[in-house]
Design a protein around this ligand. Structure first.
Ligand SMILES: *Cc1c(COP(=O)(O)O)cnc(C)c1O
Length: 431
């Protein structure tokens, strides 16, 4: 084993360090195995119940009327997430697009959108109109209100109660922390928040941005009262095989409203050719619990490796996981660069490419990104990015297999060690 790792560029010292850390994570990994096993059964149950057959993999073109495979897949998603309906389409370009059609489809002029748990994901700022943008919800007369989390990261129930008013129509809660420093919310916490809001105003629509959260737990926000959950197929539920797409699962009314926005009023879910992606969508969804498990193992491995090397990590090495993102504060631009070069060097695609920081549109500092993915921008695949500004943190996620995630993390340590930017612990001190 050591030899094959050496051929890949991992020194015996780094390999040994990784092995020691891995040995300490047996119980955590078993916990992830059990969650994945449960979720695998959940997906299988939904596939069997809906009698998925070879016919489902057929392609449609043009209008896509009566696309049996597409319609059956939407039932499989709905049954897995325990919702009345689901929209799962390649016409949904990305996660932001899925979130935008869910919002535009369910809000009307004069309504108010409430974010009760802090600012939504960056890309939603222009959708909502927090940052002025042509075609935003704000331009259609939909107002926005936000309640920030309390200092300790908990929900500010008093302020939420005061923020809900007669115009509050839809509440948006983001499960994963994304690029913020707050902790990600557990499904249970989200359920408590939804109950609280529904008690104040029963008919308000509760929508959860579920990106990066699918299959991390045995329950989803739709199991604890969410009217709509929304996500991207180039993250967890696509299982690495979906080449594009997004989903909106929820009540029939909410999903149909979103579909009317995705296509148009009157056409809704009836049109939308599947263009040959059905098989990848099914197979990816089937694999998604396992792929998510691999990414979780990678995240926990990285947390423990970098904690042991003396860096602050969020979440820490022992905390329960709510999503697949791992943040590591490396404290210097040289370390951020070396880390990303390591992730890149471990990739199956473009491993020979050397990532450099660049001025990415929409960011206020240079950003360095590492991704050697089969699907462009897919972040269920092993990837990392770091804004080149204090505190010099990298955000790391994905890995289609645990073994690949492991190599990526070891390679990041290798690059840091070669540049003498970290000191490996004395092997004797580890067990
Ligand atoms: C990735 C992500 C999005 C946006 O998805 P894109 O596919 O990048 O448009 C929204 N919310 C969260 C929490 C995400 O992680």
């Amino acid at each position: 084993m050591r030899e094959i790792y050496e051929q890949l560029g991992i020194s015996p010292e780094v390999y040994e360090f990784g092995s020691k850390i891995e040995q300490l994570l047996k119980d955590r990994f078993e916990e992830f195995d059990r969650t994945a096993e449960y979720n695998q059964m959940k997906v299988l149950l939904a596939m069997q119940k809906n009698k998925v057959s070879a016919e489902c993999f057929n392609s449609s073109s043009g209008y896509g009327y009566d696309d049996f495979g597409r319609d059956t897949l939407e039932k499989v998603y709905a049954d897995t997430f325990h919702t009345e309906a689901c929209l799962v389409r390649p016409q949904i370009a990305c996660g932001t697009h899925a979130l935008a059609i869910a919002l535009f489809g369910n809000l009307r002029p004069g309504d108010e959108l409430l974010a009760p748990a802090g600012k939504p994901y960056d890309t939603l700022e222009e959708v909502i109109g927090i940052r002025p943008s042509s075609g935003s919800l704000a331009e259609y007369g939909i107002t926005y209100r936000q309640v920030d989390l309390k200092e300790d990261g908990s929900f500010d129930y008093e302020a939420i109660k005061n923020a809900v008013n007669e115009r509050t129509r839809l509440v948006e809660i983001q499960r994963s922390k994304g690029y913020q420093t707050r902790p990600s919310f557990s499904v249970k916490q989200i359920g408590e928040l939804i109950s609280f809001i529904k008690k104040i105003k029963p008919d308000v629509i509760c929508m959860v941005d579920n990106c990066y959260g699918e299959f991390v737990d045995t329950i989803e926000p739709s199991d604890v009262g969410a009217d709509m959950i929304v996500g991207s197929l180039i993250k967890n539920p696509g299982g690495g095989l979906a080449p594009i797409g997004g989903y909106i699962a929820g009540t029939k009314e909410c999903v149909e409203n979103a579909a009317n926005r995705m296509t148009c009023p009157g056409l809704g879910m009836e049109v939308g050719a599947s263009l040959g992606v059905n098989r990848s969508f099914y197979q990816g969804f089937f694999l998604a619990p396992m792929v998510t498990k691999g990414a979780l193992k990678g995240a926990v491995f990285a947390a423990n490796i970098y904690e042991r090397l003396g860096f602050p990590v969020i979440p820490d090495g022992r905390e329960p996981r709510q999503d697949i993102i791992q943040a590591v504060t490396l404290g210097s631009p040289e370390r951020v660069t070396a880390f990303c070069k390591g992730i890149q060097a471990a990739a199956p695609v473009d491993s020979y490419v050397d990532p450099e920081p660049w001025d990415m549109p929409g960011y206020d500092s240079q950003v360095i990104m590492a991704a050697g993915a089969f699907v462009q921008g897919s972040s269920i695949e092993l990837s990392a990015d770091g804004p080149m500004k204090p505190p010099y943190a990298v955000y790391f996620q994905g890995g289609l297999t645990w073994e690949h995630a492991k190599l990526g993390i070891l390679m990041s340590v290798q690059k840091l060690a070669e540049k003498k930017l970290v000191t490996l612990p004395d092997p004797g001190s580890l067990l």
